[in-house]
Ligand binder design. Sequence first.
Ligand code: ADP
Ligand code: ASP
Ligand code: MG
Length: 412
Amino acid sequence: MPVLVMKFGGTSVATLDRIRRAAKRVGVEVAKGYDVIVIVSAMAGETNKLVGHVEETSPLFDAREYDAVVSSGENVTAGLMALTLQEMDVPARSWQGWQVPVQTTSAHSAARIVDIPSENITRKFGEGMKVAVVAGFQGVSLEGRITTLGRGGSDTTAVAFAAAFDAERCDIYTDVDGVYTTDPRICEKARKLDRIAFEEMLELASLGAKVLQTRSVELAMRYNVKLRVLSSFGEQSDEAGTLVCDEEDIMELNVVSGVAHSRDEAKMTLVSVADRPGIAAAIFTPLSEAGVNVDMIVQNVSDEGRTDMTFSCPTNQVKRAEEALTKAKDSGSINYHDLIADTDVAKVSVVGIGMRSHTGVAAKMFKVLSDEGINIKVITTSEIKISVLIDRKYMELAVQALHDAFELEKAA
Ligand code: ADP
Ligand code: ASP
Ligand code: MG
């Protein structure tokens, strides 16, 4: 039997009624002759609640116990989904990550899947089971501890299962009906894309478009998984939603195809550090050892042997970064006059494969922001994206203005 992977996100399983609606969709695919692997998220809001419990109990928590707690939301929905399917006379059972087992690295709260043996589930399909409901977001380390894959990780579970079972398609059911030119929640002119190239989706995801976890797009690209994003509330047809595919399979190629934003950014500046060989390593090694995810980096021109170094990182890692840098200063490995944290910034990016062959995108982006009176604090570019750090209060305005200026509401 061909295998289909169907993943339901938090809003799609937020109530028993929604679980029933999702189960009906699964029933439709079973009736078509598929063996279905259903990946479920926790009910909407549940993971946030569990993270809150952990942080309240233990501010500097043990990451292994964090994973034990926050992975539990998915266990509930997996069992409920299997029960719902059984009530509909669809042979189904639930699997927690460790039962499959979904083998991962030991990087708690940010683990990577290393193996998904298919024997157990395949044997059950052979015995007449039609649906394997798997708790997303979780796995088990070689040490036998429960791990989680980072926020939004159920998308990655889904794509990894699609690759492991050579599934015909991996359908990601969510609360929007596909991938849009930008977040439809902050720009009403956002346009749904019928197709998007893996590379563009990868950039959009890593720049903040949370519709797919970045790692899930990486895996789909590597293992050539046919990946589709669609609404769990809309029509159920083979054409619905957005297909994430190879660049060659896309007819319309815009210079810019999307605008992404990331709200939780912080900008940190080390004022007046000695400009000498090895200074960047002396600053960024302790940050990396402290688990700080540094994103943008800017080093100013040197003035009388001293310079300013600016970098960005997620807002919730500012304390950790400050601690690591203060320790490095105390130990004498670096020396700076001041450390300034600006936690009211956001990152806005434009993405498009067409940028490889077209010039002028950066100039246009900067002009649009300047016309809106928005000051740019940091800039970074790659072959197919340009990102800027701006004051958070202008984030929505910047997204809307860029969406208008690059005419993203119109198809190419
Ligand atoms: P789920 O719980 O189903 O995993 P998420 O909340 O993780 O859903 O992801 C879906 C959300 O992603 C949408 O509600 C939307 O606000 C947001 N989003 C951000 N950028 C985009 C985009 N370019 N296209 C579609 N959705 C986007
Ligand atoms: N429940 C997890 C989260 O909220 C994983 C997921 O939904 O993808 O991050
Ligand atoms: Mg998600």
